[in-house]
Design a protein around this ligand. Structure first.
Ligand SMILES: Nc1ncnc2c1ncn2[C@@H]1O[C@H](COP(=O)(O)OP(=O)(O)OP(=O)(O)O)[C@@H](O)[C@H]1O
Ligand SMILES: [Mg+2]
Length: 467
């Protein structure tokens, strides 16, 4: 007999969930809601209207699947999850919530939640999830697989904002790796938040009380980078006047963050590979092997697989680094995150600049959402900082938003490799004009050209207003 427990203080949600579970278990759409025999699957539905009652039922009944609301008066979903896992760490728990936010998602996944579902509930997706969870439980009971999680801890310091599906997946992935020490590769365009992801992995997991040490692999010459990473002994080279600890040693049992890892020289790549394989290294000029405890997180804004194909990065090292990889999509691929990011950044910028710009007119939000953000979240943050500085009252007016500054001609031509300079110029002027809704004096400011030059360019390129 399969037992499914539903915990929610809202009766209407319990009714919907009951129906969906029924449909999922019976494999059709008209399943008996309160759990009779359907198509050979015998199951029983248990319900609780608060966390404490839910825990009592878990203790008595040992359900095969628990579906719990996150926020309930008194005992919340995370408490239920924690207790459920103490009793039987193989029981799948699905957390349902109207509030999807980073820290509870990460915590729930760390605590071993099977998945995290936000309201409004996608019915078909939920039914598939229930089926998957029960299937996993069956496999577990037959002794084929096992999962477990570390217990959660303090609120992490750095914040990753976003409510898109893509961002929620990233919260989950962070939850999956923060409880262990596997090597992680974070990939994403410049300004997408790779460093922030690395810091959150560090501070929300087992490494949280240890050092986080970042090294930019592109910033230094090869010799300096080597001594930066591994340290050196006195006299190892000219200028090495005393022993120096490297970043691997300084990171201790914490995290070493290798930023722009694609830029490492072939020689250092070999050395790093050895360090990962042997879990030890020697200082430059030294002989004593020093053990490595630090978790490695590497980041790149390049497509590392391509760099491997081009023969510029060792394939064996690539595989060692991407034991687990997190790909952060560019902001333009998750524009739904923009409103939340705007609100978050405005609050931060206001505090920093002692301003109170807190009204964003609809058309301005619209403009921010339709822009392409080649510089990703960093560009958005810059544009908003400038906007707050330019704003006179507490409204972020359209005129305060200056887009296109990070979109230098270099940026445009990098994105479109085969354009001529004239085409780039045409494209750029057209974009700016669209952004400012053909307000030509605004456009001249952004483009840094005079009005008469703008007029002649418009004529020369026959740019027309398109709406
Ligand atoms: N989802 C997010 N929520 C809040 N802040 C973010 C988010 N993504 C990025 N940021 C902010 O944007 C800025 C850029 O992020 P970060 O430095 O992590 O990017 P990056 O991917 O490492 O960029 P680069 O490749 O240029 O080094 C930082 O100020 C960071 O705080
Ligand atoms: Mg970075």
């Amino acid at each position: 007999m399969t037992k499914v427990l539903i915990i929610d203080d809202d009766e209407s949600i319990r009714i919907i969930l009951t129906r969906l579970v029924g449909e999922s278990v019976s494999g059709n759409n008209g399943g008996a809601p309160d759990g009779d025999l359907t198509a050979g699957h015998e199951y029983r539905l248990l319900e609780a209207e608060n966390g404490a009652e839910g825990i009592r039922i878990i203790e008595q009944e040992h359900p095969d699947l628990i579906i719990s609301d996150l926020l309930m008066p008194g005992t919340g979903g995370l408490d239920v999850l924690r207790r459920a896992k103490e009793i039987d760490d193989r029981v799948p728990v699905i957390i349902v919530t109207a509030f999807d936010e980073m820290s509870s998602t990460i915590q729930a996944i760390q605590l071993g939640a099977f998945d995290f579902v936000s309201k409004p509930i996608d019915h078909e997706g939920f039914k598939t999830l229930v089926a998957r969870a029960l299937e996993m439980k069956r496999l577990n009971d037959s002794g084929l697989t096992s999962t477990s999680g570390e217990s959660g801890g303090n609120q992490p310091d750095p914040v990753l904002v976003g409510n898109s599906r893509e961002m929620k997946d990233i919260f989950k992935q962070i939850g999956m790796v923060s409880g262990n020490r596997v090597t992680v590769l974070v990939q994403g365009e410049s300004g997408t938040g790779k460093e922030i992801v690395a810091r959150i992995i560090h501070s929300s997991g087992v490494t949280r009380d240890e050092p986080f040490v970042a090294v930019n692999c592109s910033a230094l010459t090869e010799t300096l980078l080597e001594s930066e990473l591994f340290g050196h002994v006195k006299g190892a080279f000219t200028g090495a006047i005393r022993d120096k600890k490297g970043k691997f040693e300084l990171a201790g049992a914490g995290t070493i963050f290798l930023d722009e890892v694609s830029e490492m020289s072939p020689e250092l790549q070999v050395k790093l590979l050895r360090v990962i394989q042997e879990k030890q290294f020697e200082k430059v000029g030294g002989e004593l092997p020093i053990p490595v405890d630090a978790r490695i997180i590497a980041a790149t804004n390049k497509d590392l697989a391509r760099i491997v194909e081009m023969g510029k990065f060792r394939e064996d090292l690539f595989f060692r680094l991407k034991v687990f990889s997190i790909d952060i999509p560019p902001l333009r691929a998750r524009k739904g995150d923009i409103p939340q990011l705007v609100v978050y950044f405005l609050a931060r910028i206001n505090t920093r600049l002692h301003k109170n710009v807190n009204i964003v007119p609809y058309e301005v939000m619209d403009m921010l959402q339709s822009y392409d953000w080649i510089g990703n979240v960093r560009e958005l943050e810059n544009v908003l900082t400038q906007g707050v500085l330019l704003a006179r009252g507490n409204v972020l007016e359209r005129g305060c938003i200056v887009l296109g500054q990070d979109r230098s001609v270099r940026g445009v031509s990098a994105a479109n490799k085969d354009l001529t300079l004239a085409e780039v110029e045409l494209e750029y002027i057209r974009k700016v004009l669209r952004q400012v809704n053909w307000n030509k004096s605004e456009a001249t400011k952004i483009l840094g050209i005079s009005k008469s030059t703008l007029y002649s360019k418009i004529q020369e390129y026959r740019i027309e207003k398109d709406e």
